[in-house]
Structures are given as C-alpha cells and as structure tokens.
Design a protein around this ligand. Sequence first.
Ligand code: FAD
Length: 481
Amino acid sequence: MRYATSPKPKIAIVGGGFSGAAVAARLLRSTKYDVEMIESRPRVGPGLAYGDAQPYHILNVPAGRMSFWTERPRHFLEWAKRNGPELGWPEAAMAEAHSYLPRELYGFYVAEQLERTDREVSEYHGRRLLHRRATAMTLDHDRDVFRLALDNGESVRAEAVIIATGHGRPTRSWQVTGRGAAYVEYPWSKEATAHLNSVAPVLIIGTGLTMVDTVLRLKREGHCGHITAISRHGLMPRRRGDSEACVLELGVREASFGVRCLFEAAREAISRNRGDWQAVVDGLRPISEHLWSALSLTEKRRWLRHVQPIWNVHRHRMPEESAETIAALIAEDRLEVSACFVEEIEMSGMEARVRLRPRGTTRSRTHTFGRVINCTPGRSDLASMGSPLLADMEKKGLARANALRCGLDCDESGALLDALGRRLSGAFALGPMRRGLLFEASAVPDICCQADDLAQVVAAFLSSDDRQPKERDVHAIGLAR
Ligand SMILES: Cc1cc2nc3c(=O)[nH]c(=O)nc-3n(C[C@H](O)[C@H](O)[C@H](O)COP(=O)(O)OP(=O)(O)OC[C@H]3O[C@@H](n4cnc5c(N)ncnc54)[C@H](O)[C@@H]3O)c2cc1C
C-alpha cells in the first residue's frame, strides 16, 4: 500500500477499520476511481476489533459467517484453513463452518483482502488505494466538493466522502480526579495491565464481552488478585450453546405493535421451542431489521432503555472456553459481578479510590483498587464521542445525531442528513455510525451487506449526469490543488 498523494482523489474514506476496508475493497473493484483512506493506525483493515486482539481472543461469530466477501460465504473459512497454520494457528487447518477462530487471525485476513484487492486493481486497472496516516479533524463542503483537514496539516479533496469512524470512546459518566496510572480508559491498550501488582484488586467497569476478554487477559498475564466487575444491571453474557436458529414468523400484526408485543411473541416462541431461548434469539436475527423499523420512536427508546441490556447478554454470548474460565473464577471467589454505579474515581499514584453505589440503594461506599479498567461499550452520542471531526460536522450543520442519539442521521442508503434533515449529497456513513437507523449495524455480516450496497450507491452517485467534474466551480471556491 502506498503513502502517496493523488492529484485528484474522488472518494475519501475516514476510518480504516473493518467498515472502511470492506467498502474500499468493493469501490476499488467496482468503480473507476482512486480511493483515499484516512486512518492513523499503521495497518488498515483490522481496526479496533481485530487489530488490538490477543492470540487467545476468539471471534464471536462462526468462521462460516465471517467472510469479507458476501458472494463467497466460505471465503474466510477456506483462507483460514490454508493460511492459519503458517501464521501460528495450526488448529485452523481443521476448522469448520461452525468453528470460532481467533480474532487476531481474522485481522490478518481482512488486511490481506484489502492489500490483495489494491494490488490487483492497480496492476490491471491503474486504480489505487492511498492510505494517509492521519486523523481527519474537520470537513468542509462547497459546490459538490468536500475537503477534509487532517491533523498533520494536510488536506484531502474528494467528491464523495464516507464516514466509517466506528465505535466511540468508552462511555464515562463519572469524574476522574488526581494523578496516576491506575485508571485506564482504553481496555485494549498495553497500559490496561502494565505494571500491575499481581495480587492488586482490580475493578472492571462493564460486564459485557470486553469484560470477559479483559478478565482472560489478566489471568493469562498472571494476575491472581480479586476482580470486581460492575455495570448498571450487573448482567453477564450468557454461555454459547449448540442450538440451531429456529424459523420465526413474527409478523407486525397490530397497529399497537411495540416492545411488549415483541416480548410476548418471543416468550411464546421460546415455550414452543421447549425453552430453547438461544434458538429464538438467533431466529430473530433475519427479521430483526424488519421488526426494528416497524417500532415507533417511543418504542425504540423503550427498547434501548429497558430491553437492550437484556438482549445484549443473550445475543452476544461467551465462547464455551471463556464461560468455563469465568465460572471457575466466580466459584473461587476471585471474580465478583454486581450491579453498581460509579460515582467518582480519584487516582493517587498506583491506586484508585472509587466511590460505588449499588443499584437500588442511595448509599455509596469508597473502595480502593490497584487498577480500574473501563470496559463499557463505545459512546454513540455524537456530542460525547470525542471525535473532533464529528463535532465539527455537527457544528457546521453538515451532520446531525439521529433521533435516538446513537449515531449519525442518514437515510436508508447511508446518505448523511444535514442539520435540516436534507441529504448531504455525496456524504455517507457506514458501520456502527448507522446504529439507530439499523438494529444490527456492527457485526461483520451486517457491515458486509452495508458495504455491498454503499459501493453501488457511491458508484451511481459519482457517475450520474449531474455529477460531472466542475473544475470551474472548484477553482472559483479555491479548493483545487
Ligand atoms: C472487541 C470487539 C470484538 C468483536 N468481535 C466480533 C466478531 O467476532 N464478529 C463480528 O461479526 N463482529 C465483531 N465485532 C463487531 C464488528 O466487527 C466491529 O464493530 C467492526 O469491526 C467495526 O469496524 P469499524 O471499521 O466500523 O470500526 P473500528 O474498528 O472502530 O474502526 C474505525 C477506525 O476509524 C478510525 N478513525 C476514527 N476517527 C477517525 C478520524 N477522524 N480520522 C481518521 N480515522 C479515524 C479509527 O482509528 C479506527 O481504526 C467486534 C467488535 C469489537 C469491539
């Protein structure tokens, strides 16, 4: 991959994680334009989920459903069988469609797909993928031309821009005061476990799959002190079973269709399936977008507030091996999971004093930990995501939060809506940034479908009659290089 500049880039993608890589590869294959990708990481493709994983972190979707290419569902599986052993995973040679393979291996796969596509199209068609190692800070739009200003002082000019900036920073509703290294905001960083006394008590904020990964990492790295994991509801992911998804025929039958109706229908389906809730949860997946789009805004808010935490622990389940380890740690009283709120964290040298309030009580107590690791999900509210680019776009009216305040507002094709709700011609969003409009916007199979459609939408947009290059206009507003 080159680090050059193109005299006239057409498509700019902000974010080089899985979403950016998926749409870039499709655009390179199906359009005649160069693609410029802005990403501060040295390697594009794996992103947060697959770039920061340890060898023992396992995918939570089976290999048979993790292909980079929608039209070749077994592509990842076949690649892993061929390349896994050479890359240090001999067991991958025996993988089957239902096997759960390492996330790190998947990161190699994604990076290779993008690099290979880039090589092929540049050799045979002269199109290129240009990686700019930088962070996009601001976006301007004038007469069909976008200009992204980067943190290294450069700028990128494009006629279509795709925002694929992924997950926001972890959620934080508490104050952190004092100085020291005992509080870690990013669970995948080296600092999360660096210089940790092996018997020091650890607090993990968040009880989802990131907590599970962090507990496994602490154990692997020799930590044997007590771990407390807390969240609003104190719910942990369920253990993954062998159930096959059942076929559900939940129709949107009534005008009053809502969360309550859904709950009742799901309960009926579980009892029809002799209590097999996993089959029902998985059976909901093919129809979840349809059901989500049928809910009113009020009902969607009810779902997010009251049902989402319960849904998450049933939908995003723990691999068998991880579940065994977690259960053993709980049984040995080395891991405790509870429903608590963090009120304040005060760092002092190698320790952090944390004021915690158990759910359902008004009295808080202060506890001391050797490390506090924030494993809460990424923020989705634009205002608190900590992205200068998104804040700038919102300030200039080029983008707005969606009605649920959990991502960018866009239409069904992924086109961004501006502050007044009008299509911002040529600007699109992809991946977790489409949460809210879509029920499932983050898993690989969902992102691949979004990327397939978006590549076509962008290609059609750039080749449409009213999208001929307007050099005169460009010079007039001083954006041409
Ligand atoms: C830990 C974890 C494990 C997962 N496991 C699975 C799994 O097993 N199976 C599955 O189907 N799904 C899984 N997912 C979900 C899914 O695959 C990810 O959500 C997906 O990888 C999202 O990719 P992304 O590119 O949208 O976001 P990210 O991976 O977050 O990438 C976004 C990129 O944008 C860059 N960026 C952000 N802002 C800017 C800016 N202003 N300028 C330039 N660059 C910017 C960031 O540096 C980052 O690299 C997992 C998610 C996580 C977090």
